[in-house]
Design a protein around this ligand. Structure first.
Ligand SMILES: [Zn+2]
Length: 271
């Protein structure tokens, strides 16, 4: 599943190709994504110029003077820029044809992604309006996490994955950050001390920055790719390593189900 670092890398890959481009055409091959792609998009966007490209949580925002195209990659989506004509395959659902002649194409085999239109301020869209701070912004800090966890008796891992607390810290990155911070995923959230909030916030930021930096090396894949570029393979301390030995202490990594998601942790290194 594309997580925040992949979405950030996608944004950085698309920006030089899309910025200030005029939309020549909008092609909807299959409207049936998580929500139907609005039929009016071709009429709304033809001849309009892309003024801004940004990201909020895992949403990509393509800004025009009369509204914003909001894209989400869902479980399996990717966006590519094609500079020479290539016939779409059955998983290619949506295309922006640019004035340059290039095409931005959304491929999404599982169709949990989204292409939405919002007039006016995109941050007032119902999907974006109540989101917590960005993990890499200053608003996500020890004090924020400390306050956000005081009344929460759920497991800390689930609270970190709650988009109202902080956005975009998906399953891989929360598992890795908790290991790096030495905190067990099942810790009752309100028991996290302020110094441990500080440690965890630092590790979440460091883990995400590392992943984004690694993703930068795959930017060329966003042009003329065959669409099979994977999400980056990284070195993980615990994620996906149940039963293998902890690289710090040699103990077997444990697997735990929390909220239908897998948690991986070292019972010795994480308290
Ligand atoms: Zn260990």
């Amino acid at each position: 599943m594309p997580e925040l670092p992949e979405v950030e890398t996608t944004l950085r890959g698309l920006t030089p190709h899309l910025s200030q481009q005029t939309i020549a055409d909008v092609i909807i091959h299959n409207e049936r994504l998580r929500w139907p792609i609005p039929h009016k998009l071709p009429t709304l966007l033809r001849g309009k110029t892309i003024l801004s490209l940004s990201r909020r949580a895992k949403y990509l925002l393509i800004g025009f003077d009369h509204g914003t195209l909001i894209l989400h990659l869902g479980m399996s989506g990717n966006l590519r820029v094609l500079t020479s004509p290539t016939p779409p395959d059955k998983h290619d659902h949506f295309e922006l044809v640019l004035g340059s002649g290039a095409v931005m194409r959304l491929r999404d085999p599982r169709r949990f992604g989204a292409v939405l239109w919002h007039q006016g301020d995109p941050f007032t869209h119902p999907l974006l309006a109540s989101l917590g701070p960005e993990p890499l912004h200053d608003g996500f800090n020890a004090q924020h996490l400390y306050q956000a966890t005081r009344k929460r008796s759920a497991a800390l891992k689930l609270v970190i994955m709650d988009n109202h607390v902080v956005v975009g810290v998906g399953n891989i990155y929360v598992n890795e950050s908790l290991f790096r911070a030495g905190i067990k995923p099942q810790l009752v959230a309100h028991k996290l001390s302020l110094p441990r909030c500080e440690k965890l916030v630092g590790e979440i930021k460091a883990t995400l920055i590392q992943a984004i930096t690694m993703g930068g090396s795959s930017l060329r894949d966003y042009v003329n790719s065959d669409g099979k570029q994977g999400y980056f393979q990284q070195h993980y301390w615990v994620y996906g390593r149940a039963g293998e030995t902890c690289q710090k202490c040699g103990t077997a990594i444990k697997l735990l189900k929390q909220g239908q998601r897998s948690s991986f942790y070292c019972p010795v290194c994480q308290k």
